[in-house]
Design a protein. Sequence first.
Length: 263
Amino acid sequence: MSHVSSAGRTKADEMAGRAGFASPPGVGSASRLFLPLLGLVGVLVFVGLGIWQLERRVWKLDLIARVDQRIHAPVVDAPGPAAWGAIDAAGYEYRHVRLGGQFQSGANTLVQAVTELGGGYWVLTPMRTDDGFTVLVNRGFVPQERKAEFQQESSIAAPATVDGLLRISEPGGGFLRSNDAAGNRWYSRDVAAIAKARGLADVAPYFVDAEASGADIWPRGGLTVVAFRNSHLVYALTWFALAAMLAIALARPILARNRNAAR
């Protein structure tokens, strides 16, 4: 078994390097630059995300202000067929509107709901307005034990005038549960599906949440929850904090090298 001295290995390594087995020029410096450049890109991305969240916060605050203005604005007539094509959440939801007309008896739809009063149902009743079209009116909330009473309600006082908030249809169903028209099980206020199931014509693409009409009256109106999640400032600060931490991590080796060079 042969033995090679350390001097021999050193000589062999030197010869191999001269023969072209050494690392290509610049590879070491390129690899040293890669991580700092990648980190710099990360800092810029985090800062960009923080700025984007601040812009989203401005948009959300403007939306909240506009909705608050609509809710507290003087009541206006509910939009008729000529305006239906333009109705969307951004321009119309939570408008303070008024309807006048006749509720249609025996056509209630009960939609499962959870409110500050507990679990139960929204009672949606179609109203044939004085202008000749139909609007689903959410007359309010009833508890579970009153379900049968309002499911079979056959007569409603008329004529009626309803003030309330315009709401946009909620198609599909609730969380993990789809509406079942055939089984008369409803988990969202899906105007088109309810209108089809009840055989209603000329139905507005929105519904109206009725205002409160009295503390001891069922259905109990005025329970609309107007709330917007606005965590954009928290998200922005999180992104900026990540950018700052990454920038510090990038700067520390550079500062350390400068201190060592100055010694």
